[in-house]
Design a protein around this ligand. Structure first.
Ligand code: AMP
Length: 230
């Protein structure tokens, strides 16, 4: 299974990515997480990226292309992968298509998780992220008062540097201008699936899985028909 997850910041891409990765046994690749790790490790690419990230702006395409090219050629991506947060611009989407063509691969679907900007901002300012395993949780779902520990691994929960209201609004605005066209790009390629991201987490997950399974069955029956003809 080769997937791309689209959706404004706060749509729940990271949460759905980890559920899908587990179900299909594929790595979930978050370009935002790769950049945050590069910043933590003091790498030059992290230093370059942080200037954009702190303002809610996109990191230049050529930096992202290099990161994704390297990551997708790793052996754990041979049988599938899920990209969370890439592509975010049309040039990135075209680059991904070319890269996969070169590897003899193609995407199975681009899943667009739809939520309103109001819901997204509320989720972003209310979220805490585990510094150890990356789980994202809503502060209001944790026991009152704290101190807070990750419900999955017990790790320390913290707030992302860019999860403040001003940067969240800017990131959503950037998405609507620069990333919305990517959904249309995948619609033209007949790869787009739109799902409701305002449902409870398991309900959105079920919707995604149902769409993916439907596509899988359609692809299998196309293959059967081609086999019968050939
Ligand atoms: P995310 O964790 O997906 O919300 O990404 C956090 C930040 O990392 C974004 O606001 C961008 O500054 C940067 N970033 C992540 N992925 C990309 C991408 N594909 N293209 C450009 N910038 C990105």
């Amino acid at each position: 299974m080769r997937l791309v997850l689209l959706g404004i910041p706060g749509a729940g891409k990271g949460t759905q990515a980890s559920l899908l990765a587990e179900k299909y046994g594929i790595p979930a690749i978050s370009t935002g997480a790769i950049l945050r790790e590069a910043i933590r490790d003091g790498l030059p690419v992290g230093e370059r990226a942080s200037r954009y990230m702190n303002r809610g702006q996109l990191v230049p395409d050529e930096v992202m292309a290099e990161i994704v090219r390297t990551r997708l050629q790793a052996s754990d991506c041979r049988d599938g992968f899920l990209l969370d947060g890439f592509p975010r611009t049309l040039p990135q989407a075209r680059m991904l298509t070319r890269l996969l063509e070169g590897l003899g691969q193609r995407l199975d679907a681009a899943v667009d998780i739809r939520v309103s900007p109001e819901v997204a901002v509320e989720r972003i300012v209310g979220r805490l992220v585990c510094q150890q395993c990356g789980l994202s949780v809503q502060q209001r779902d944790l026991p009152a008062g704290g101190p807070y520990a990750c419900p999955r691994c017990g790790g320390e929960l913290g707030r992302r540097a860019d999860d403040n209201i001003a940067t969240a609004r800017e990131r959503i605005a950037v998405y609507l201008v620069q990333t919305r066209p990517v959904a249309s790009y995948y619609a033209r390629l007949m790869l787009l699936e739109e799902v409701d991201g305002e449902l409870e987490i398991p309900a959105t997950f079920a919707q995604i899985v149902e769409r993916l399974e439907r596509r899988r069955m359609a692809a299998a029956s196309r293959q059967d028909r081609a086999g019968a003809r050939g």
